[in-house]
Ligand binder design. Sequence first.
Ligand code: GLP
Length: 242
Amino acid sequence: MELVILDTPEAIAERAADAIEELLTAKPDAVLGTATGSSPLPLYDELTRRCEAGRISFARVTGFMLDEYVGLPEGHPERYATFMERHLRSRVDMRPGALHGPDALNPDLQAACEAYEAAMAAAGYCDLQILGIGADGHIGFNEPGGPLDSATHIDVLTEQTRRDNARFFDGDIDAVPTHCITQGLGTIMKARKLVLIATGENKAEAVRQLVEGEVSPQWPATVMQNHADALVLVDPAAASLL
Ligand code: GLP
């Protein structure tokens, strides 16, 4: 695992965008894994700028989202499908329909999980997976305690995650869904390259565990220590407990 501490979210975004530019230059039809949350937003801004400048193109890219809330209706602004459409897909030259997500509107959620894992397998899994990290160490929505080799599955959000994400729901924790579908840790680990972004003091303990802790289901992101090509980009606040 390579750890890089950079001064600002913008510098982190540039470094992550460099990795994606390198990939898309070598492989224009790459499979890209996308993440939600606030951490990757400067990266999506930077990718949009590079696309507008003609440095990169998403025209042949296939995307797979990490996760999706269960229980939010079609078009809800905080559905991750809506979020990714707003912050990336519609801003770059990616084809409509080329960015896939788990179908959390399917009444048969287990079937939706299996279909998503199968779609990722058919695409050969991700060439590069963008990741954020939860304060409790989750990646995707893999909350503490689950197996380190899981496939796409239904997960239950922790109280802490729902509290952290309440800011996107007018501060109302009761409005935050209790369940989600997420790529499993095993799914994420199949990506050829992982790029994790963590900023702010709220992530300092999770980053400490990620970098210095033992690989353990209690801190799901620690599984990345077993990955052959993982890049961890953090700001000084997120690195403050290292
Ligand atoms: C959600 C997402 C995660 C993301 C996390 C951190 O829980 N499911 O993929 O890493 O938020 O969000 P933020 O970057 O806003 O702190």
